[in-house]
Design a protein around this ligand. Structure first.
Ligand code: THJ
Length: 128
């Protein structure tokens, strides 16, 4: 994990494999900041939705027991959300570097909609 010091706070840039391992251990709450449409089409199992367009750092749960980790499509929006959290007074924030694209590239599992049935199914997961 790469860390960046930003305005006196620490921004952690997690890789997909370390994020997946931490999720398996129940150590993180993953927050997807993409749009509801993107989330509905495909998302990481267990991720919570909080789109950038309506994001408010004050509504987040306290990071007690679980590290909050933000993600988006490729890391741009989640970085903006992380910076908003730092501006709101968080001293440590984490996001998935490379976003969902990096997650898929790593072959990690995610939930997708089957366009022929509208049902959800698990994709990937060679490393699961
Ligand atoms: O999802 S993105 O904001 O990185 S394009």
């Amino acid at each position: 994990m790469e860390t960046i010091e930003l305005n006196g706070a620490t921004l952690e840039q997690w890789g997909p494999t370390e994020l997946y391992a931490a999720m398996q251990r129940g150590e993180v709450a993953l927050i997807d900041v993409r749009t509801p449409q993107e989330f509905a089409f495909e998302h990481i199992k267990g991720a919570l939705l909080s789109p950038l367009s309506t994001f408010d750092a004050r509504t987040l749960p306290a990071q007690q027991g679980k590290q909050l980790v933000f993600h988006c499509g490729s890391g741009v929006r989640s970085r903006r959300v992380a910076e908003a959290c730092i501006n709101a007074g968080f001293d440590r924030v984490a996001h998935l570097e490379g976003g969902f694209a990096a997650w898929k590239q790593a072959g990690l599992p995610y939930i997708a909609i089957d366009p022929t049935t509208g049902g959800q199914h698990l994709v990937g997961g060679q490393q699961a």
